[in-house]
Ligand binder design. Structure first.
Ligand code: ZN
Length: 417
């Protein structure tokens, strides 16, 4: 709805600009591991004076350290700078439907420890999951003997829509949860800043920092797993939408009155290209197929992939039919968003991606408008680590670096009084 009032386009304050500049420098330092002041000036486009001034503050705060020297053009040694890895630690937690994965990182996002627990996919009480998160978090820290006050924050991914402003898990279909105030319950147990969201957002963040989305302004990080969705980066920023549900693309109807979906609707994209949907397609083509392993989604999907690569007619038909459904979803995504990059990620994309991609791209090209199709690049995700827990830890780092800047500038403005 269009507002009758002018939108508030207040100018950014000096503090906002300073904070954005600091983050830009820290991003470059984190991506390149080490850098000199001169290189940071070139990489960020900021002036020599701004970079020198901000680096001086960050050295004083202990966020940045000198890690040796290198000869400069004039022969004088110049300092090599790095983010101070030991200034704190971040934790990323991926609460999935069948497991909870915990990862510990230093402030340069080097992995320090990891821990995983199985989660039987039966109905779960919220308190049960909370207890498992707390005990898994403690086990993770115990591995390296890190006291919890060294952890600057914990990023937690929760399946299903999550209300970012209230910290409420809106709907977790596998566990039958509705409107669970998960964040406040966990905060009472952990006493550490928590950043919670759903895996679509964290996956996109990891791709934007470390994957095929590096340096891309507008991208769609598609998740093809048991569930289906997309994380959107628009103009270099994670896009959340009005109530943080942007990216629930798996629940777009592609077949009117089609297969029932676990969201309660019918004919959703997820019901056709999520793992259970692909398995249903196989069952419809050949109910007695030897590729079917009851109750084992992962094994069935990987059997389909291997058989299709070997030229098996049934498996090839399943892959083609999946490409037909997926291309309908992808072409609308391309027409709406006009992205530079579409990254296909998660385990189903990992298994079926390479065998499906040629047919999929042909179908997407036929169904998309020519102009947005010309400017988009498709890639399969190259992420080696679990992108969700890495993305959750990355969000913690971003928030910590931004808040460290806010605290530092608050202290400085205090001292002027
Ligand atoms: Zn649905």
């Amino acid at each position: 709805m269009l507002s009758n009032f002018p939108i508030d386009k207040s100018q950014p304050t000096t503090r906002d600009i300073r904070e954005a500049n600091r983050l830009q420098i820290l991003h470059q330092l984190l991506l390149r591991k080490t850098s000199t002041r001169q290189e940071l000036t070139q990489l960020t486009g900021l002036s020599n004076a701004t970079v020198a001034n901000l680096i001086a503050n960050m050295l004083e705060e202990g966020l940045v350290v000198e890690a040796g020297t290198v000869a400069s053009q004039g022969g004088r040694p110049t300092a090599i700078l790095a983010v101070n890895a030991s200034a704190g630690a971040c934790v990323g937690v991926d609460v999935a439907e069948t497991y909870i994965r915990f990862e510990l990182y230093d402030l340069t996002l080097q992995n320090l420890a990891e821990h995983e627990i199985e989660l039987p996919s039966t109905q779960k009480e919220p308190q049960e999951v909370v207890n498992m998160i707390v005990s898994g978090f403690n086990t993770l820290l115990d591995q390296v003997g890190l006291p919890s006050d060294q952890v600057v924050g914990v990023g937690i991914s929760i399946p299903g829509p999550f209300d970012h402003s209230t910290g409420v898990s809106v709907f977790a279909p596998s566990w039958g949860w509705r409107d669970v105030p998960l964040q406040s319950v966990l905060e009472k147990e952990l006493h550490i800043p928590l950043y919670m969201d759903n895996p679509l957002k964290f996956n996109a963040l990891a791709e934007a920092w470390f994957g095929a989305g590096r340096g891309v302004e507008t991208m769609a990080a598609v998740v093809l797993g048991t569930g289906v969705g997309v994380g959107l980066v628009i103009n270099g920023q994670l896009f959340r939408g009005a109530s943080n549900t942007a990216g629930e693309w798996g629940h777009s109807v592609i077949v009117a009155g089609g297969r029932p979906c676990r969201c309660g609707n019918q004919g959703c994209l997820e019901a056709y290209v999520g793992a259970p949907g692909i398995i249903q397609t196989l069952t419809e083509i050949d109910p007695k197929s030897p590729l079917l392993f009851s109750d084992d989604q992962t094994r069935t999907i990987s059997a389909i992939a291997t058989a299709a690569e070997d030229g098996d007619t049934t498996a090839k038909a399943v892959v083609y039919q999946t490409a037909v459904y997926l291309s309908a979803g992808l072409s609308s995504l391309i027409n709406i968003l006009n992205p530079e990059q579409v990254i296909l990620g998660s385990w189903v994309a990992g298994a079926l991606g390479s065998v499906m991609l040629p047919e999929l791209l042909e179908l997407v090209e036929k169904q998309s408008l020519a102009q947005p199709y010309k400017s988009v690049q498709f890639t399969l995700s190259q992420m080696k680590r679990n992108p969700v827990s890495l993305g959750a830890a990355t969000l913690v780092l971003e928030e910590f670096l931004a808040s460290a800047g806010r605290q530092a500038s608050a202290i400085r403005s205090e001292s002027f009084r």
